[in-house]
Write a protein that binds this ligand. Structure first.
Ligand SMILES: Nc1ncnc2c1ncn2[C@@H]1O[C@H](COP(=O)(O)OP(=O)(O)OP(=O)(O)O)[C@@H](O)[C@H]1O
Ligand SMILES: O=C(O)[C@H](O)[C@@H](O)[C@H](O)[C@H](O)CO
Length: 176
């Protein structure tokens, strides 16, 4: 079996892969975790049913809807930190405040920001089958407080799948 990230590195990492809906968190996150050898957790799986119902009926979530969900993901990061294990979690993490909640699980959270233009992401969303309707992408961009270089590593998602995965893997492997 291939070596895991934790076998190759002195320090384990809690990694958030973030971006608006359709930016590639699930597909890219899963592939990156497989490549570096760590667990991948899809944050969407932790939404309470009422959040999924709300989004499925075409309504965007608000701060109150997201709070409990973010706290749950922060607890997950915390568990991996206590176990000293690397994990990659996909979660939109749109506002700085949301990322602050996630950082309660690990103040040293590593963040990969899947960065792309509205038109490109809209096109990708229109080509997939998903409960989150492309019409809600505007609200995702309105809510997004894009992290700067001091907070996250920006990944250019306009490139091919393989290139985007490579950018993420290289960024993570360059850590200690
Ligand atoms: N680099 C890429 N090139 C082409 N297509 C891509 C690329 N990255 C992602 N996609 C496609 O874009 C779509 C959106 O990706 P994905 O579902 O992983 O996004 P997401 O951020 O997890 O979305 P959500 O938050 O709504 O679950 C998928 O159909 C995926 O296959
Ligand atoms: O914060 C949010 O608005 C939500 O997390 C959305 O981003 C959805 O979870 C996801 O994108 C749908 O799959």
């Amino acid at each position: 079996m291939a070596e895991s990230f934790d076998q190759r590195h002195a320090i384990s990492r809690r990694v958030l892969i973030m971006g608006v809906s359709g930016s590639g968190k699930s597909t890219i996150g899963e592939a990156v975790a497989e490549r570096i050898g760590c667990h991948y957790i899809d944050g969407d799986k932790y939404h309470p049913p009422e959040n999924i119902r709300k989004m499925s009926s075409g309504h965007s979530l608000n701060d109150d809807d997201r709070r409990g969900w973010l706290e749950e993901l922060a607890r997950l990061f915390g568990r991996y930190r206590e176990a000293d294990e690397t994990v990659l979690i996909g979660c939109s993490g749109l506002k700085r405040r949301y990322r602050d909640i996630l950082r309660e699980g690990d103040p040293q959270l590593t963040i990969l920001f899947l960065k792309g233009e509205y038109d490109l992401i809209l096109q990708r969303m229109q080509e997939r089958q998903h409960f989150f309707s492309p019409e809600m992408l505007t609200s995702q961009f309105e809510t997004l407080e894009a992290p700067g270089d001091d907070e996250a590593i920006a990944i250019d998602i306009s490139k091919s799948f393989d290139n985007v995965i490579d950018q993420c893997v290289e960024a993570l492997e360059a850590l200690d």
